[in-house]
Design a protein around this ligand. Structure first.
Ligand code: AMP
Ligand code: MG
Length: 390
């Protein structure tokens, strides 16, 4: 049995970065920038007023000084003339500062009668001007790879980059296996349950940036499983759920081997999730997850997330682990790394009392997987432990 980190390293070997594709800016959120992009202009492209007020000359600013208002500059409409001594231009936020002016007095500090203004409050030191290129200059780059968030999209828009090079979303096919499974909305027989992992994993993998296809449920017989695999030939990653142990009905290992899978590993020293399997079928990476719903979802967080990140060209293996202090005692761990469903609030972590790997209610109420390393000793309240937010 290999360790979690060895398994993860092996999974990176199976994950290749996808190609670059161009997407419209409006669809770039959540995608990974694949190549550096450069600003095509300065922002602001001119010295701009940061306030509503009056543009004038800084050296003329003093309490009770009077100026003649000779025109107006609004956003999108510059004042064309040249400002001379004793003159001011009415100006609004975002408007170009007129030639000859180097200061904006905010309107709250000014009294106006017709075309005459008087400075009534001593203005502060700030000139209230945003210099040309103060945000960014032409040629300034946004480096890749970078997971684009809403604020990045705003920046790329301001840089006038309407089409963005991103890594293609990896395509993942999900195959549920089991005679007992029925799709949500179906009518289960007396011995059947609803396929839940499939939908949980689809949601999870989409959050990670993948495009997910749910394939028809494979029955616990070879032809059915072979048929499901045959539908997954062109994807980047095929994930089977269930049938990965060594029971009489666990056919994933046999069928995938018959179909030419080069196995990378089978079984990982972790709880839940031990019967994890991985390999390669041609260009497609293959991961066989255990069927228990919580096991499958935990393996999604621990293994599929870094795989998808790696396929998306992001630095893999950077785990967003956090720490919290334990609120209660915890028994010593066995030889497998334990990912315990837990709740973290205000820096304190409480492990859920029921840890059976079939309990989706417990998983749904948890917001953390508390990580107990192999053979960790018993823990006392107040101990600091690592967890993965989920
Ligand atoms: P297996 O790994 O096939 O032995 O399945 C272990 C347990 O997980 C069994 O109780 C299965 O019924 C259950 N299971 C397998 N696949 C799914 C699934 N897609 N959704 C919900 N439960 C599943
Ligand atoms: Mg099964």
């Amino acid at each position: 049995m290999i360790s979690v980190s060895e398994a993860r390293a092996a999974l990176f070997q199976l994950s290749s970065v996808t190609e670059v594709e161009q997407v419209p800016l409006a669809q770039a959120n959540g995608r990974v920038l694949a190549q550096p992009v450069s600003a095509t202009r300065d922002q602001p492209p001119f010295s701009a007023s940061a306030m509503d007020g009056y543009a004038l000359k800084r050296h003329e600013v003093e309490l009770h000084a009077m100026f003649q208002v000779i025109g107006e500059a609004a956003a999108g409409h510059r004042f064309d003339g040249l400002l001379k001594a004793g003159q001011a231009v009415r100006i609004f936020t975002g408007a170009p500062v007129p030639d000859g002016a180097d200061f904006v007095v905010i309107q709250e500090d000014v009294g106006r009668k017709k075309d005459l203004i008087t400075i009534l409050n001593q203005p502060g030191d700030s000139d209230n001007i945003r210099p040309r290129g103060g945000d960014f200059s032409i040629g300034q780059t946004v480096n890749a790879p970078r997971l684009l968030r809403a604020s990045d999209v705003a920046l790329l828009a301001a840089m006038n980059i309407p089409v963005v090079p991103v890594f293609r979303r990896p395509v993942v096919a999900l195959i549920s296996t089991g005679d007992e499974l029925v799709m949500p909305g179906g009518t289960p027989g007396p011995d059947q349950i609803i396929a839940s992992n499939t939908f949980g994993l689809k949601a999870m993998l989409e959050e990670f940036g993948a495009e997910v296809r749910i394939l028809p449920i494979a029955k616990d017989n070879e032809p059915s499983l072979k048929m499901a695999f045959s539908l997954a030939r062109d994807v980047d990653l095929v994930v089977t759920i269930g049938g990965a142990s060594v029971g009489d009905h666990d056919l994933v290992a046999k069928v995938s081997a018959d179909l030419g899978m080069e196995r990378s590993f089978y079984k990982v020293a972790m709880r839940p999730g031990k019967p994890l399997m991985a390999g390669r079928m041609g260009k497609t990476a293959m991961v066989g997850l255990p069927g228990n719903p919580v096991s499958a979802m935990v393996c999604g967080h621990i293994f599929l997330r870094p795989m998808i990140q790696s396929m998306l060209g992001l630095q893999p293996g950077v785990e967003p682990l956090q720490t919290a202090t334990l609120t209660h005692e915890l028994a010593a761990n066995g030889p497998r790394e334990h990912y315990m469903r837990a709740t973290v609030a205000a820096g304190k972590v409480t492990v859920s009392p029921a840890q059976d790997s079939s309990l989706l209610t417990v998983l749904a109420d948890a917001n953390a997987l508390l990580i107990l390393p192999p053979n960790a000793p018993a823990q006392r309240p107040g101990e600091t432990l690592q967890y993965l937010p989920i």
